[in-house]
Design a protein around this ligand. Structure first.
Ligand code: ASP
Ligand code: MG
Length: 406
């Protein structure tokens, strides 16, 4: 007998037929003798609709009331799934975030989980009751409903699995698992049986949005075994595990890309100590994340160009902020380009193998793709290229690293 958390995303509970299918799957797990805690998302599209309504009725909405509205989708699915389970003869009870409670900080709209109280759940699991928890919701210090940010029910599931010391946290979605790259771009992309937490974090942060990044980070620090699998089939999915559980380490496990990038170049910035702090300080104050950065040495010792990237959605604000500080920063001109994409090769194997970056540069050069900015971490090499080359670059790299399925 094991204790399992099963989380079902929006497409897996999109209508009553799907909810009944989920109920049959949960009932089977319970019948096998496992203790089951189910975490559900809102039905597909419902949260978007709620966000839209809240912003339409009041564009400067109070974050507390926003949370009251957008958290409702999960209440509906938790109740419906409990009813479907009861109809199958399974003892089941729904739980809203505040009833458990899942305690969070007071940052409404993107609250962080502080503690999960499990006494009552434990007692009921021991009696064979299935718990159906509404994901995405918490209880703030002001005793009001909070939500965990978009995609937050993944984090609810991982936090519950950690608090309940579950054997595994299964994340049911509409894809078969984690793929070597986006199958819509590369037909020969294949599903990975295993991936490390770190690789998964990098994949998620550069655009492979199967799991909320925060959920992966939490699973890694709490040592929760994660599995990503489809609720539409019976495949085994992908296990997210520690590095030492992977025997055959590929140099590169996956290729990810993110179109939500924009490049800013400040022309002729003074070459003096403190100038980077002066530029990135105001951006940080405005909550704008800077990702890749390149600065050249100046030829004359006086001025140099500085290039960096921000998300496309932050571009206009970044230009505004830098414009306001133009006098103090003393740059000659600002050029921006939203027509860029970041392509990354990811793999824990590159820690112990040389030449991974070189293989990437050669593959792109052979296709005549110009690299604008490069950044690296221990397990990732990223390049910024023109957006029109996205597909060509991803396909070439997938082949170059031997990831094309046989
Ligand atoms: N329903 C929420 C959303 O759409 C939370 C989730 O599904 O994870 O963002
Ligand atoms: Mg999701």
């Amino acid at each position: 007998m094991a204790r399992i958390v099963q989380k079902f995303g929006g497409t897996s509970v999109a209508d009553l037929d799907r909810i009944n299918a989920v109920a049959r799957r949960v009932a089977q797990t319970a019948a096998d003798g496992d203790e089951v805690v189910v975490v559900v998302s809102a039905m597909a599209g419902v949260t978007d609709e709620m966000v839209e309504r809240a912003s339409t009725i009041n564009s400067l909405h109070d974050a507390r009331e926003y949370d009251v509205v957008v958290s409702t989708g999960e209440q509906v699915t938790s109740g419906l799934l409990a009813l479907a389970l009861q109809h199958l003869g399974v003892t089941a009870r729904s739980w809203l975030g505040w009833q458990i409670p899942i305690r969070t900080d007071g940052v409404h709209g993107r609250a962080r989980i502080l503690a999960v109280e499990t006494d009552e759940l434990e007692a009921r699991l021991a009696r064979g009751e299935v718990a159906v928890v509404a994901g995405f919701q918490g209880l703030g210090p002001d005793r009001r409903v909070t939500t965990l940010g978009r995609g937050g029910s993944d984090t609810s599931a991982v936090a519950l699995a950690a608090a309940l010391k579950a054997e595994r946290c299964d994340i049911f979605t509409d894809v078969d698992g984690i793929f070597t790259t986006d199958p819509r771009i590369v037909a020969r992309a294949h599903k990975l049986d295993r991936i490390t937490y770190e690789e998964m974090l990098e994949m998620a942060s550069v655009g492979a949005k199967v799991l909320q990044t925060r959920a992966v980070g939490l699973a890694m620090t709490e040592g929760v075994r994660l599995r990503v699998l489809s609720s539409f089939g019976d495949g085994p999915g992908t296990l997210v595990v520690d590095e030492d559980e992977i025997v055959e380490k590929q140099h590169v496990s996956g290729i990810a890309y993110s179109r939500d990038e924009a490049k800013i170049t400040l022309i002729r910035v003074a070459d003096r100590p403190g100038v980077a702090a002066d530029i990135f300080g105001p951006l940080a104050d405005a909550d704008i994340n800077v990702d890749m950065i390149v600065q050249n040495v100046s030829a004359d010792g006086k001025a140099t160009d500085l290039t960096f990237t921000v998300t496309e959605s932050d571009l206009d604000r970044a230009i505004l902020v830098l414009g306001e500080h133009k006098k103090a920063l003393g740059y000659a001109d600002l050029v921006s380009d939203a027509n860029v994409v970041k392509v990354s090769v990811i793999g824990v194997g590159m820690r112990s193998h040389a030449g991974v970056a070189q293989c990437m540069f050669r593959a792109l050069a052979e296709k005549g793709i110009n690299i604008q900015v490069i950044s690296t971490s221990e397990i990732k090499v990223s390049v910024l290229i023109a957006e029109e080359y996205t597909e060509l670059a991803v396909r070439s790299l997938h082949a170059a690293y031997g990831l094309d399925a046989a």
